[in-house]
Write a new protein. Sequence first.
Lengths: 562, 578
Amino acid sequence: MRLYLGATVLIGLLVAVVTVAQMAFLSKIVDRVFLKAGGGEQAVTLLLMLAGTAVLRAGLLWVRETTAQQGAVRVKNDLRERLFAHVLRLGPAYANSERPGELTTTLTEGVERLDPYFARYLPQVLLSAVVPLLVVAYILPRDAASAVLLVVTAPVIPVMMVLVGSYAEEHTRRQWLALSRMGAHFLGALQGLPTLKAFGRVAAEEEKVERVSGEFRERTLKVLRYAFLSGLVLEFMTAAAIALVAVVLGVRLINGAISFQDAFLVLLLTPEFYRPLRDLGIHRHAGMEGKASAERIFEILDTPVPPDGTVQENLSGELELSFSGVRFTYPGRDLPALDELSLTLPAGSRTALVGRSGSGKSTLVGLLLRFLDPDAGVISANGVPSGDLPAVAWREHVALVPQRPHLFYGNVLENIRLAKPDATRSEVERAAELAGAAEFIRRMPHGYDTQIGERGLRLSGGEAQRLAIARAFLKDAALLIMDEPTSSLDPESERLVRDALDRLTRDRTSLIVAHRLNTVSTADRIVVLHEGQVAETGTHAGLLERKGHYSLLADAYEDVPV
Amino acid sequence: MRVFLRLLGFMRPYWWRVLLGVLLGVATVASNVGLLATAAYVISAAAVVPFLAMLTVPVYLVRLLSVSRAVSRYAERLVSHDVTFRLLAELRTRFFIRLAPLAPARLLKYRSGDLLVRVVKDVEELQNVYLYSFSPVAVALSVCALATLVLFTFDPAIAFVALGFLTATGVGVPVLVRALSKGLGRRQLRLRAELDARIVDDVQGVQDILAFGREGGEQHEISTINTRLGLVQRRMALVTGLQNALSDLMMNLAMVAVLIVAIPLVAAGEMDGVFLAFIALVVLGSFEAVAPLGAAFQVLGRSVGAGERLFEISDSEPQVTDLPEPLSLPQDGTLALDRVSFRYDEDGSPALRDVSFVLRPGSRVAVVGPSGSGKSTLAGLILRFWDPDSGEVRLGGWDVRCYAQGDLRAMIGVVSQDTHVFNDTVRNNLLLADPEADDASLYRAIGEAHLTGLVEGLPGGLDGYVGEQGQRLSGGERQRLAVARALLKDAPVLVLDEATANLDTVTERELLGTIRELMRGRTTLQITHRLVEMETMDEILVLDEGQVVERGTHEELVRKDGQYRRMLAVQDGMLATA
Ligand SMILES: Nc1ncnc2c1ncn2[C@@H]1O[C@H](COP(=O)(O)OP(=O)(O)OP(=O)(O)O)[C@@H](O)[C@H]1O
Ligand SMILES: Nc1ncnc2c1ncn2[C@@H]1O[C@H](COP(=O)(O)OP(=O)(O)OP(=O)(O)O)[C@@H](O)[C@H]1O
Ligand SMILES: [Mg+2]
Ligand SMILES: [Mg+2]
């Protein structure tokens, strides 16, 4: 970036030099023709020189624009990729506490707004410091009085800009907020449209949209009004200086204190003196926009990622998993979601996790996958704290069916292959078969190539869930974790999945969260979670006998009169 | 072009402001030309006249023009931007209003990130149409005419040379630039939409990406789009640079050309040399009016592309429409499906075939059946998110197409399978169902949904935030929030689509009991694959591959030894094998 910035500024300086030369030629020509009644030979060479500078200037302008953009594109791409990587690293806990519409706006439009900042504003800051001096240096020997006049008036511009700017800066920040809020709002509204319609709230939403976009309009106009105001001042200064210089020069010409050629040149150079400052004023607005979004960008980049493990432990074979004294409290909540939880999943065993809604089952899963970090206690695999391993390496050992699986825009094949991008077609088909998904996939219009829509919206609830199961089966990891994998399945599909599980989990450690006790009853061991703590553990039969939490859950429907 | 004209058409209500903007624009450029040229004249004249007093008029003119230049420019910008942003805000709202009736049927093929880009950025993109195309052209035309007129009074040849260069810059450069940047703008729009869509999808699915270790892959995808976008932007910069350079070159060459014409005239004494500088600066100054046209035409393709993307959506016909004069709702709230068939895609298999049943007021009907058999589709048709291909859904004996959609939906409380919970407070999520509800009724609904414990534990209680898609709640809590919302609506018909799928058995049982109490005397349609409490249903429909294969009460169906009994056996059998 430095390189491009330097090059842009250098070319900018060259443009200024060429412009001064051009004006010098012009004033000379006019002088010759007008006063010396010259013409002929000398005028021809001068005209040629004038044309030459014009061509040179044009070429320089072209190069300047491309160089500036080149640099800006690099900065933007680099930042966007870093941002995206960082958001991924921060994980679901962060993504759920932010609004995806806002994050997306920052990643796309926010980064885009840096363009004018890097391509125009930054080079202009340097140019506006140097070019006016250059011009004045050229004028000084020709007409000291005008040079002094220019030097005296020039500082008014930066001072005005700072004054107006400090107000505008605040408004620019608010305008950026309004924009990202608008993004967040619209994404929520778009994805929730069916729900809004079902509740007859579309008209109210339309009003809200009107308000949100109205607010954005007002914020934008407010910012622009400041930008225009500083434009007015700059414009006025330039115009007034031209008028003043012209009159002063006129007086001195009449007194014979200056030659016409010099006077005309000074007049021509006066706008050139102010031009960089004026451009600075124009680009400053864009620069401030960039700054406002940069604040947000760096806020995201500065969100600390919890320290990642670095131990290169090779976990192979079956995994024994243990939680000891694990405690976790969600930010803002008073009560811990998990409290002093200790639990061992023996290697190769099948454990079922049950408990009332909200008892902390999914939280436990989140901790296991390292989406969350425990406040206290450790989770270890074969004696190695999972937190000591790099998260990516750790997750390679785990296959997950989340409680709310996300299906991506694309076709069936791509979605199952998420688990293993290089899986062959037959591997995918086998996984689908095991998940009880093969049949409905075959019946779809294009089989495995059928588009399933964003978030799997073109599938039924149970179909989407089976794709997520197929995904986990395809991954074939040492540890299989499923958070209510059959909540949307009919008994028959559920049985298929359970049979597959029976086969698949024979030689691997698994943890299945379930509310349906018929899913869990064949597990080696059932763990009952209650208010963030392990309340009971045992087998189906053993727990039923205990008449504790489990039997309450199991007997919920026993006494229904048939 | 049609799209462009259509976009311009939106300006009509603001025509007088637009006109004012154009006049101010002309004044801005004219003042500048006048200022520079008159100043040049002042010093030229000063070189030949003995007293400054002889130049009083031009000197005053210079001062006047310097003020009018600054003021008219300020005013022009205020007026034009005010109109433009007013228009954009209006277009955005209008677009959303057109979008709403399309959901969900017509919008499924779009990605939400793509729609987001359309609503936010594509609309924003249109400012180029309003700010940089119409009025700059008008200003350029007027200024060119004025400049030519002024130059004509000195010499026709000079005027024609200047006009030639102005035209070449104002028409030639834009045409060239358009040709060079053809397709780039549209490509940029497409890439930008793809980037947004992908980021939205990835942010919302970050859990699955991490769980399957796909960070690298997704980063690579983003990086690819990014690189392609960068390439387009660099190409654009190449054109922008060329266009700047060409305009600048033409401006300077125009001046040289005018001098070439003028010098012999002065030498021959046909023109007073005192005006030479004046003429040169008139030519230089008028280019301020034509120079922006190149830039405008370069982005015009993109703006028109953005317009097309907006019209593509706003011109779609909704799948479901209201009659011009819908019936008012009937007294009789009987819902009936009569031989309803439906398929989502032309080339897909039917989701429903010849389904008929009646939901009498006060009755409780369950719909069960394998996953994918069409249960949720049924709910979608009752709510008129889709209309059947054949057959009728009737309310009070009339096809539901005869009623206004809003009226129909007001009759139905629904907990859909993929309920959307908004990233807002518990309160605002509930108020969706009844904006006027007071705290007491909110708490009542929360209690009925067995959520009291959660709300008490939530920081801020009712005003606690539930997170994006309700992700700060547990799965079962989110579902109960949806139930509370449906209950708060207090509608005569309640449709529950797998409303207890994520609940533990105890909570489920309690909740179903409460709902049964609350809906006494009203209609409930319960879609489920959990064969519990089926004994309490007035009728059970068993759906398979879109057809009703069995119907009857629990007892009848158990006796029948059909699909229902098999489902029941599988469900219980799983327990038995334990
Ligand atoms: N992101 C979050 N921020 C704050 N609180 C949360 C968050 N996720 C869950 N909780 C709270 O933590 C508790 C445990 O939630 P968890 O999701 O672990 O429950 P669960 O046992 O999986 O329940 P369910 O069976 O309903 O899915 C709940 O009270 C829930 O409200
Ligand atoms: N928007 C859609 N576009 C195309 N096909 C769809 C769409 N929604 C559902 N389908 C298909 O229509 C069929 C019926 O789906 P529906 O959602 O009604 O099933 P369901 O009985 O509710 O299943 P589940 O118990 O799994 O929720 C399925 O085969 C599904 O793939
Ligand atoms: Mg859970
Ligand atoms: Mg369904």
